[in-house]
Design a protein around this ligand. Structure first.
Ligand SMILES: Cc1cc2nc3c(=O)[nH]c(=O)nc-3n(C[C@H](O)[C@H](O)[C@H](O)COP(=O)(O)OP(=O)(O)OC[C@H]3O[C@@H](n4cnc5c(N)ncnc54)[C@H](O)[C@@H]3O)c2cc1C
Length: 386
């Protein structure tokens, strides 16, 4: 009934087959234990799906962003959850674009093979929140090292990553012309750092997301692990955000497809007052509306990916795709719970789990309000609000 995007249909078919090995019961058990889906992540790694954006010369398959979007969308559409490893797909872009030749040669082949996991992104801090440039973690040069002190929060997958991309202040704010200057990006080897100034504390959240607090206490990071130039780290992090937003939007579309398929199947099958509940427009219209929103968001993801792939600025499309896709998946989630009545709340239907998981994307990796601010200011030319 519902046609999935025909782009990359063979990859999508293979991803679907792989995901079929990880049914709802697998995710429910992990959700209860707040466990990490190691077998699932290993399967995706071995099949090469997490290294599609790494160029062939470094051992990846060098595919386009839209291929990665198709993979992540399909994972979500099958009921699996790619959030345990989606960052492995796109975080290496910062090294690819801004790392030295030596850094690329040292790390990218191992990230491509999955020997090294680069999926911890240390940006958000407890006191700065969305105001990234107000972050307080510092990195001070000392001989051949930088010495890092401070704290991050919501660093997802920190316990399941070998490397972390860290944003820290290397020049005090008052000594810079602009607040966006004086921030630097580091590739932190978390295996070497554990117990030597790096402490990780998991945060229990409403869904299973393996997010953590990370504390730095005089952690020494070799100067060769500075990515690109000192002081330009904020720009490097921003550079990676359009790809991230488009890929998260693709995941939201996958979630929305999953909810919609569940809703349609149940609305046809469940009979109340002697007829299928889907015959009531109070049930069918929200499902139809969510589906329409989903398809519109899908077009925006596609346009954003096309612009990104052709080297054009995709900021407007990437932000709007994330906004529209997160809204669409949430509308589909609402319709799905309502369609299922009481059973929408029963764990064994997986709906309540997916409902909790998809809610995140109104807040992270960027909140809906901040996207609206971006569109208002940078697209429509309205006065800056903050
Ligand atoms: C499960 C989870 C995983 C995450 N993973 C990571 C990760 O791996 N790495 C990482 O660095 N971060 C991560 N984050 C952090 C995430 O990016 C932030 O939570 C998000 O950007 C919002 O920041 P905040 O929580 O500090 O909210 P705040 O900045 O405190 O904002 C709170 C609310 O106020 C609104 N608000 C703030 N300022 C304005 C304004 N000027 N105009 C309008 N509204 C405004 C926001 O939209 C939000 O709704 C994760 C968060 C969660 C919950």
């Amino acid at each position: 009934m519902i046609e999935h995007d025909t782009d990359y249909s063979e990859i999508r078919e293979e991803v679907r087959k792989l995901c079929a090995r990880f049914p709802g019961a697998y995710w429910r058990d992990l959700d209860r234990a707040r466990g990490y889906p190691t077998e699932f992540v290993n399967a995706l790694t071995e099949a090469g799906y997490l290294s599609v954006l790494i160029p062939e010369e470094y051992g990846g398959s060098g595919l386009k962003l839209s291929a990665a979007a198709a993979i992540l969308e399909t994972i979500q559409a099958t009921g699996c959850n790619g959030s345990a490893c989606h960052a492995q797909v796109y975080m290496m872009g910062t090294i690819l674009r801004h790392g030295s030749a030596a850094m690329k040669e040292t790390y990218l082949p191992h990230i491509a093979s999955g020997k090294l996991r680069l999926q911890a992104f240390g940006v958000t801090e407890p006191t700065s929140g969305t105001d990234t440039t107000a972050l307080r973690t510092t990195a001070r040069r000392d001989g051949d090292d930088f010495v890092v002190n401070g704290q991050k929060v919501w660093t997802s997958r920190a316990e399941h990553s070998d490397l972390m991309l860290l944003l820290a202040r290397t020049t005090p704010r008052e000594q810079t012309h602009k607040k966006t200057e004086g921030l630097s990006t580091f590739l932190v080897d978390m295996r070497r750092a554990a117990g030597r100034g790096l402490t990780i504390k998991p945060i229990r959240t409403m869904m299973n997301h393996n997010s953590c607090e990370v504390f730095f206490d005089n952690l020494r990071v070799p100067a060769e692990n500075l990515v690109g130039e000192e002081g330009r780290g904020f720009r490097y992090i921003l550079d990676g955000m359009n790809a991230e937003r488009l890929l998260i939007a693709a995941e939201c579309i996958g979630d929305g497809m999953w909810f919609t398929e569940k809703s349609v199947a149940y609305a046809k099958e469940r009979r109340v007052f002697g007829r299928p509940i889907g015959q009531n427009q109070g049930i069918s219209f929200p499902i139809a509306r969510g589906y329409a929103q989903l398809q519109a968001a899908r077009l925006m993801v596609r346009e954003g990916c096309q612009r990104y792939e052709s080297g054009e600025n995709a900021g407007e499309q990437a932000n709007m795709a994330k906004l529209l896709a997160a809204d669409a998946s949430w509308a589909c989630a609402e319709a799905c719970v309502q369609t299922h009545g009481g059973f929408g709340f029963a764990e064994e239907y997986d709906i309540e789990r997916k409902y909790r998981e998809t809610r995140l994307y109104q807040v992270a990796p960027i909140s809906t309000n901040l996207i609206l601010s971006y569109v208002a200011e940078h697209v429509l030319g309205l006065p800056r609000s903050y």
